[in-house]
Design a protein around this ligand. Structure first.
Ligand SMILES: NC(=O)c1ccc[n+]([C@@H]2O[C@H](COP(=O)([O-])OP(=O)(O)OC[C@H]3O[C@@H](n4cnc5c(N)ncnc54)[C@H](OP(=O)(O)O)[C@@H]3O)[C@@H](O)[C@H]2O)c1
Length: 363
């Protein structure tokens, strides 16, 4: 810090108390010169909203949670401005980093101007690749991918499947940001042969440009399975190795045998959400339970799992490598200033975003 610059700064964080209180900025004092031995202090440059942030807020029942402020935000990018004496030397002052700050009802989150944490305890943190150095929007881009990329990584790599040029995949919810990371990884890293997506008719061209081979609109005449079946017949596409539901859907369960290869061929149905798409303002607990119930059903004839995309070092490393090679481009929907956090939350809740909703901390 420059001489005479006070080491005590005001830390500003978007927080909530419970689902009866709105999100608001709370302030506290942070002494930059009293960093713990194992901690780093990161000046946040950008953060991304994820639906998990809003889900946690909207389900914080006042009878079940404390009355202290709980922070918003997980995905972040920023610069290390202080480090404790015992911090791993790979983290130095001046380093530009990004990642997923993992917490549940914590008092710190990424919608803040500072984060203080022990980097050994946060596995989803990495350095922004050198290839991004000269990009003006490098912090925006870096905040945009940790959760979505790691979630797509889990779908592609954590369920014992080996997908490649002969594989066929159906993605329900092709326009979600997780599906966007999925298609870039499936095509550019694994060379998956055929990927069919389901999306709004208005989003077909966008998703084609992202790498989907074929798109079926969910808002055309007929049911989604009928229209996927028609496409399979027209284009001579065989049954799928993987059906990946990234929005919450139950249309294929009664007709699974017609679409998914048998279990013996290592096929899988994976969902991020469960049987129904997520409606923020009318949260349906049975929708949340549908995944576990289906998973536990002893009569189920297909492999099924609800994915929890926690960050892994391999996922973070793969994203970084793909970015360096120009093979992964995280999509950005909108960028808001810190004070506009409520508009950013509304944009996320619209369920219309194409890419990440970002909060930029710089003016
Ligand atoms: N389990 C986990 O670890 C995990 C991690 C991350 C996210 N998630 C969940 O996964 C879902 C996707 O997250 P995200 O952040 O990638 O979403 P997102 O980017 O916010 O998805 C927005 C897109 O979803 C599409 N969409 C909305 N309703 C749809 C419907 N009924 N059918 C098909 N597409 C629909 C819209 O595109 P169209 O123009 O095509 O309608 C919209 O552009 C969310 O429910 C989120 O909570 C789970």
């Amino acid at each position: 810090m420059a001489p005479n610059t006070p080491s005590v700064v005001t830390k500003r964080t978007v927080t909530f108390i419970n689902n009866q209180t709105p999100a608001a900025i709370t302030e506290s004092q942070l002494d930059l010169d009293s960093v713990g031995d194992y901690d780093i202090i990161v000046k946040i440059e950008a953060a991304a909203l994820n639906s998990i942030d809003v889900v946690i807020h909207e389900n914080a029942n006042p009878h079940l949670v404390s009355s202290s402020p709980k922070a918003y935000g997980r995905d972040f990018s920023g610069v290390i401005i202080r480090r404790g004496d015992k911090v791993n030397p790979k983290w130095q002052v001046g380093d530009e980093i990004n990642g997923l700050f993992n917490h549940l009802f914590g008092d710190q989150g990424s919608l803040s101007n500072y984060l203080v944490f022990n980097p050994d305890k946060q596995t989803g943190i990495t350095h922004i690749p050198k290839s991004e150095e000269d990009k003006k929007d490098k912090f925006i881009r870096a905040a945009a991918w940790p959760i979505v990329f790691n979630t797509a990584y889990s779908v592609l790599f954590k369920y014992g499947q080996t997908l490649g040029p002969y594989s066929r995949v159906l993605v329900i919810g092709a326009s979600t940001t997780v599906a966007n990371a999925f298609i870039q990884m499936a095509k550019k890293q694994l060379n998956v042969g055929t990927v069919v997506g389901v999306c709004n008719s208005d989003s077909v061209e966008y998703n084609k440009s992202m790498g989907f081979d074929y798109l079926v609109s969910y808002n055309q005449e007929g049911t989604i399975p009928e229209n996927v079946a028609k496409l399979m017949e027209q284009k001579k596409i065989g049954k799928f190795d993987l059906i990946f539901d990234s929005v919450g859907n139950s249309d294929f369960f009664p007709v699974m045998d017609d679409f998914l290869k048998p279990k013996s061929e290592n096929s899988y149905y994976l969902t991020l959400v469960g049987d129904q798409s997520f409606e923020y303002d009318s949260y349906n607990f049975s929708a949340f339970l549908s995944g576990p119930i289906r998973f536990l059903n002893p009569w189920r004839k297909y492999r099924y799992a609800k994915v929890f995309g926690l960050p892994t070092k391999e996922g973070m490393d793969l994203a970084t490598r793909m970015i360096e090679l120009g093979n992964y481009n995280p999509p950005i929907d909108t960028i808001f200033k810190f004070e506009q956090f409520q508009e950013a939350i509304y944009r996320l809740k619209s369920n219309k975003a194409k890419g990440k909703v970002i909060i930029s901390m710089s003016d």
